[in-house]
Design a protein around this ligand. Structure first.
Ligand SMILES: Nc1ncnc2c1ncn2[C@@H]1O[C@H](COP(=O)(O)OP(=O)(O)OP(=O)(O)O)[C@@H](O)[C@H]1O
Ligand SMILES: [Mg+2]
Length: 495
């Protein structure tokens, strides 16, 4: 990897006077350059000498060593103490001692900003306004002093805010780099500033309370009391939000980790062309395709009798399951339940895999035969021809005026019941799925074509898929893996 090293200019903050530092005038040169052209990395200053990572690192190491020796000394003094209670070096102590003056300075600025300046402004404004009453309460000199003090306070607040943000957010270049690199470090940085609010906020509240009492008496205290009463609620919501943030962070970490694993995993799988074996592993993960436990369902809420009653089935992956039973016994309704069209009133259903469905009533829409089979999916020459072959549609295509480009549906040629049934089946088979629900596809074709469809399509072409085949032609089912017999809305026998 190519590394670029920039020789940065010396930071002019180191060699400038206090006034320039206070009003940030030392940055003007940089603004001038920036107004003429886009700033490049070479235009920027390096960090201040005292903020250079080497200097900070050395200082941090020195304090860390002191902390370690302090702990060792304590351990030597109390040799027979419980090892769990022995003192451990504290990083927080080390950080505090390394940056103590910056920390204290930050606290002082915070005090000036939050307590002195913020609270004195309304008082000064009050004094100023009292001059503008019909009968002025103060002489003009006092009003002018108040106005001047107000302007000064605002100016000082602006400067101290600048100073605060500059100090708190890390004006050192390494600090900025780390900020960019890690969001968490940014939060850690901010906490150095916000920790001062632990003492600033109660102090500001106390001063406000005194001022309010002076101005409005007991009513003011009542107002503040309400704020204090609401405080536990606020602290509770704060704790809740912290807990949720932690959970979010854990989930985010987990998601990023998983995505990393997936991406690196995909690279390895692609590199060794392991796609096919891995697809099989994925499919074998769960052995069950459909499981219905104690399922009860009816089509209309007003209906007294259930359409399906006490259904308990488990259909294993890759199996051919025949569903038979008299007219109206609920065979189609069972498929509708698996499709999610008929909801269970009680019981549970678990489906693992993508479903494709051929309805009992074959249907076509006004378009070409090919579009009726593709049904919006992209055309795959090999797959399409294979589906046409196993659904015994080749001969029909030869008979059609335009082959599979013949228009069918309302305005096109009319199809025979058997042709419609096979187009209906081909549409379901063309769709790549794990579970194929075939509702009586063999009923509208003659015995010869029916046998072809069963052997070529259901048994051979779909051999690795889970197939639920509703049929009245029991003789096909001699080689089905399982047979479900529906009798009077429930499963009568299953083997
Ligand atoms: N879409 C529907 N809306 C309302 N009731 C329905 C619907 N489909 C089926 N039923 C009702 O559910 C019951 C079971 O019908 P279903 O169609 O499931 O039987 P089947 O075993 O598939 O019959 P067939 O062998 O004639 O196809 C019947 O009483 C029927 O009236
Ligand atoms: Mg039916």
């Amino acid at each position: 990897m190519e590394a670029t090293q920039y020789c940065m200019k010396k930071n002019s903050h180191d060699s400038t006077n206090s006034i320039m530092k206070l009003f940030f005038l030392w940055t003007i040169k940089l603004f001038k350059v920036g107004s003429k052209k886009d700033l490049q990395i070479e235009d920027l200053f390096g960090p201040k000498t005292k903020d250079k990572s080497t200097n900070i690192g050395l200082e941090l190491t020195r304090h860390w060593n002191t902390e370690v020796s302090r702990c060792l000394k304590k351990i030597n003094e109390n040799k027979d103490r419980d090892p769990i209670k022995l003192p451990k070096p504290s990083l927080f102590r080390v950080l505090f001692f390394t940056f103590k003056w910056e920390f204290v300075f930050l606290g002082m600025l915070g005090f000036f900003n939050e307590v002195v300046s913020r609270l004195s402004q309304p008082i000064l404004l009050g004094i100023l306004l009292s001059y503008f009453r019909p009968v002025p309460l103060i002489p003009i000199e006092h009003a002018l002093y108040a106005a001047g003090a107000l302007v000064l306070m605002n100016l000082m607040t602006a400067i101290s805010s600048l100073k605060l943000s500059a100090t708190a957010l890390g004006d050192s270049t390494p600090g900025k780099v780390v900020n960019l690199l890690s969001n968490d470090v940014n939060r850690f940085d901010l906490s150095a500033f916000f920790v001062h609010f632990l003492w600033l906020a109660p102090l500001a509240a106390l001063v406000t309370l005194v001022l309010l009492f002076q101005e409005v008496g007991v009513a003011g205290i009542l107002g503040v009391a309400v704020v204090f009463i609401v405080m536990p609620l606020q602290s509770y919501t704060g704790t809740l939000s912290a807990r949720f943030r932690l959970q979010t962070a854990i989930r985010t970490d987990e998601r990023v980790r998983l995505m990393n694993e997936i991406i690196s995993g995909v690279q390895v799988i692609k590199m060794y062309t392991w796609e096919i074996p891995f697809t099989h592993i994925d499919h074998k993960k769960s052995r069950t395709s459909v499981k219905i436990t104690k399922g009860n369902a009816k089509w209309g809420a007003s209906e007294v009798a259930s359409t399906l009653q006490d259904i308990d089935i488990e259909i294993l992956k890759g199996k051919l399951v025949g569903i038979i039973g008299p007219v109206g016994s609920g065979k189609s309704s069972l498929l509708q339940t698996i499709l999610g069209e008929l909801n269970l009133e009680s019981g549970s259903i678990e489906i693992n895999g993508k479903i494709s469905y051929a309805s009992q009533e074959p249907w076509v829409f006004g378009s070409t035969v090919r579009q009726n089979i593709l049904f919006g999916l992209p055309y795959d020459d090999f797959r399409y021809n294979e589906v046409v072959r196993v659904c015994s549609l080749q001969k029909d295509f030869q008979q059609f005026s335009n082959g599979d480009q013949t228009l069918v549906g309302d305005k096109g040629s009319s199809l025979s019941g058997g042709q419609k049934a096979r187009i209906n089946l081909a549409r379901a088979v063309y769709r790549e799925a794990d579970i194929y629900l075939l509702d009586d596809p063999l009923s509208a074709v003659d015995a010869h074509v029916g046998r072809q469809l069963y052997d070529k399509c259901v048994r051979t072409h779909l051999r690795n898929k889970t197939r639920l085949l509703v049929t009245h032609q029991l003789h096909y089912l001699t080689n089905a893996d399982h047979i479900i017999i529906m009798e009077n809305v429930t499963i009568f026998y299953l083997f």
